[in-house]
Each structure stands twice: as structure tokens, then as C-alpha cells.
Design a binder for this molecule. Structure first.
Ligand code: GAF
Length: 396
């Protein structure tokens, strides 16, 4: 369809991975191939680290890891085909031991890989060679980092023949890798959905109990349109940790374990003890947690209109109270809301750039794309995404 970017199929990505692997490592055959998706969050933003609800779905953009065991060395060699600024695009390091653990360093992209290897404590990791090929836009707010971590973990499971006892263990190890090796204190959403996503479904995750429920999204008349503002977001700066701290401080003042346990009334009762910014941060989180639950109920009933209304409320709250949007994302949402066939639109992910997500009547997609493309002050990229499967082993 005109204006839409095509998402390469998994088969195409695997082909690319095999080809790049044999170019980089002549004479070797990549018999182990794994795949893990990025995600788009439909609603429930900045709620995961407040023990709230989130409602993401896995997208068909993926990281593929292809490689093989190295019988002759205990070294690990990883190459990436991504157009990164932090060269080199190939790294070699010794497999970690108790006495010589892996540590973060340069290049930055390799830290996500090293972190997962370090926290993969199911079995010793033998030497291996591998290539990483990725179709999740980097810095696009679609969680290229979680897809990378989860692809690596899944690769290590296939390489060692030992799988995590459960999916939570796997997702939490990947989250830990991101905390410790990428210095990003993320919540659990991105790793959970990359591990647990299922085709045709969104996943309602309760970030307090860590239980999750699949909610079908299979109506051909409903499309999930992702628009990349092409403003590259970077969440390892101070904004994300600052937001976390402000939320925790608000919970402490309200004497609740987390903002999940806070109420609108409780917030009003403690307003005088908070500064105005902290009050607004907490107001966003409390409202967003309720919106997320209401939105999934609406979706189950096929009430896309109400789901869309809640998406717009979510965006406005992220923009005004949580202050994680930016002018380009606001512009994309406003343009989307001018269109016929539009149920709702919002920024998605951590914010400060990246993508918007919109729920659209499928028959209006080309009109919507043409309208936004014609009026957006920047240059956006458009994807229609379908809810996809979580991590898989393609061959081993
Ligand atoms: C980023 C984080 F990694 C997630 O854990 C989540 O907090 C999200 O921002 C905001 O909802 O993607």
C-alpha cells in the first residue's frame, strides 16, 4: 500500500542472517537461529515500574541471532549488521567464568549481548560465533533492546540445550542485563512481551503479580498503525530514572508500597505534601493504570471507540502530566485525530521521540497515511503491524 513501509518477513531476515554470517565467518555454518520481536505498547505507559498494568503486543519486527558453537575456542565472537555509530561492529571476548565475569564496555551495542550472557546462569556458555540482524527500528521506541536481549537468551538456551524453568525467569534475566549493562533502569514490559507475545493477541501484564493474560486482537477491520516520528529517542539519560524517582517519592509520601496501590482520593489527600511536578507524575500513573484495565475490557467487547478515547487520554496525560512526549509525537497524534476511521492515537514506549500507535478502521489506512504524510513537518515512516509471536528457536 502506498506510503506504508514493508516489514521484512522472518524468512527474509533469516536469509539475510545466514548470508551475513557466512560472509563474516567463512567456512562456518549457522545451525542455531533464534528470533525475538520488538513491541508496541497499546496502552499503559510508565506504569510497569509502578507495579501497574501494561498492554503491549509483539510486532513483526525482530532481532535474529544466527551462529554456531566454536569447538576450537572458548571465545565468543559476535557481529552485527546494524548501521550503528558505536563501531566496531564485531566483538570478541572470553566466555565468562566465576573469576572473570563479563563487564560492560565499548562498543555500547555489545553490552546488551554481554549482559545477557553474564546473567544466563542456567549452564556454562561455550565459545561460539554469531551474527545479529535486526528489523526493529533502533531508537524508535519499539524496544529493539529487549528484542536483542531476548534473541540472545533464546540463542543461549538453544546453544546449551538448557531452557529457563519458566518465561518470567527468562524475561527477568534480560531485564537485569539491561539494568546492569546498559544502565537503563527499565520496567518489565518490554522483555515480558518479547518473550511471551502471541500472534493475534495483546498481552495484559500485571506488573505487580507478574501474571499476564492474552487478549485477542484478530478483527481484520481493525489495524494497528505505527508511525515512527524518526526523532531518535534515547532513554539512558536522566529523564527515565528521574521519572522513576518522582513516582517512588510520591508513593512514599502517600504511604503506599507503589503507585499501583494509590487512589485518586489518596493523591488529593496528600497534594499539599507534594511539589506540583510530583503530583502530576503520580496523577498520570494512577490514571493510566485504570485506563489500561478499562481499555482491555473495551477491546474484549469490540468497543474500539472507547479504547481509542482512552488512548487519547493516555497521550494527553503523558504530554501534560508525565512530560515524556515531544512536539513531533504531539503533531503526529493531532494529525491522526483529524482523520476519518481513526479510533485513537498516542505516543508509545518511553517517549522523547520514537513512535505513535493508532487504532484505525482498516478501510481508512491509506487515507490516514496520506493525510499524516502530507502534513507532518518531519519525515515519518508508517507500518501496519500485526500482533506477533514472542521469541522462537528457528533452528538448532
Ligand atoms: C521503556 C521501558 F523499557 C519500559 O519498561 C517502560 O517503562 C516504558 O519505557 C514506558 O512505559 O520502554
Amino acid at each position: 500500500m502506498a506510503g506504508l513501509s514493508e516489514i521484512p518477513s522472518i524468512e527474509e531476515m533469516v536469509k539475510r542472517a545466514k548470508l551475513s554470517f557466512t560472509e563474516k565467518f567463512p567456512g562456518c555454518h549457522p545451525n542455531i537461529i533464534t528470533c525475538a520481536p520488538g513491541r508496541v505498547n497499546l496502552i499503559g505507559e510508565h506504569t510497569d515500574y509502578n507495579e501497574g498494568f501494561v498492554f503491549p503486543m509483539a510486532v513483526p519486527m525482530v532481532t535474529i541471532m544466527a551462529g554456531c558453537i566454536d569447538m576450537t575456542s572458548s571465545n565468543i565472537t559476535i557481529a552485527t549488521t546494524d548501521q550503528l555509530t558505536d563501531e566496531p561492529r564485531i566483538v570478541e571476548f572470553a566466555s565468562p567464568t566465576k573469576d572473570a565475569p563479563l563487564l560492560p564496555g565499548n562498543p555500547a551495542w555489545a553490552n546488551y549481548v554481554k549482559g545477557v550472557i553474564q546473567y544466563f546462569n542456567l549452564a556454562p556458555v561455550p565459545g561460539f560465533k554469531a551474527i545479529l540482524v535486526n528489523s526493529v527500528p533502533l531508537g524508535g521506541g519499539l524496544s529493539s533492546s529487549a528484542s536483542l536481549e531476548v534473541a540472545v537468551y533464546t540463542f543461549l538456551e538453544a546453544l546449551t540445550g538448557v531452557v529457563a524453568p519458566d518465561l518470567q525467569t527468562k524475561a527477568l534475566a534480560c531485564q537485569l542485563a539491561e539494568h546492569k549493562f546498559a544502565n537503563m533502569p527499565c520496567g518489565i514490559m518490554d522483555q515480558f512481551i518479547s518473550v511471551m507475545g502471541k500472534a493475534g493477541h495483546g498481552l495484559l501484564i500485571d506488573c505487580r503479580s507478574m501474571e499476564s493474560n492474552l487478549v485477542p486482537i484478530v478483527d481484520p477491520n481493525l489495524s494497528v498503525l505505527v508511525v515512527n516520528s524518526n526523532v531518535r529517542h534515547k532513554l539512558t539519560g536522566s529523564e527515565y530514572p528521574d521519572r522513576r524517582r518522582q513516582c517512588y517519592a510520591a508513593a512514599e509520601i502517600m504511604k503506599v508500597k507503589s503507585l499501583r496501590n494509590a487512589t485518586v482520593k489518596g493523591l488529593a489527600d496528600h497534594k499539599d505534601q507534594m511539589d506540583e511536578v510530583m503530583y502530576r507524575r503520580a496523577r498520570h500513573v494512577i490514571g493510566e493504570i485504570s485506563r489500561t484495565v478499562e481499555a482491555t475490557e473495551a477491546l474484549k467487547l469490540g468497543d474500539y471507540k472507547f479504547f481509542g478515547t482512552l488512548m487519547v487520554q493516555s497521550h494527553n496525560s503523558l504530554r501534560d502530566d508525565f512530560e515524556v512526549s515531544c512536539s513531533e509525537l504531539d503533531e503526529l497524534v493531532s494529525l491522526a485525530l483529524e482523520c476519518d476511521g481513526m479510533y485513537g492515537s498516542r505516543m508509545t514506549g518511553g517517549g522523547f521521540g520514537g513512535c505513535t500507535v493508532s487504532l484505525v478502521d482498516s478501510s481508512y489506512i491509506s487515507q490516514v497515511v496520506a493525510h499524516i504524510q502530507g502534513k507532518y513537518s518531519g519525515s515519518a515512516t508508517f507500518y501496519v503491524t500485526t500482533p506477533s509471536d514472542g521469541a522462537t528457536v528457528i533452528s538448532k
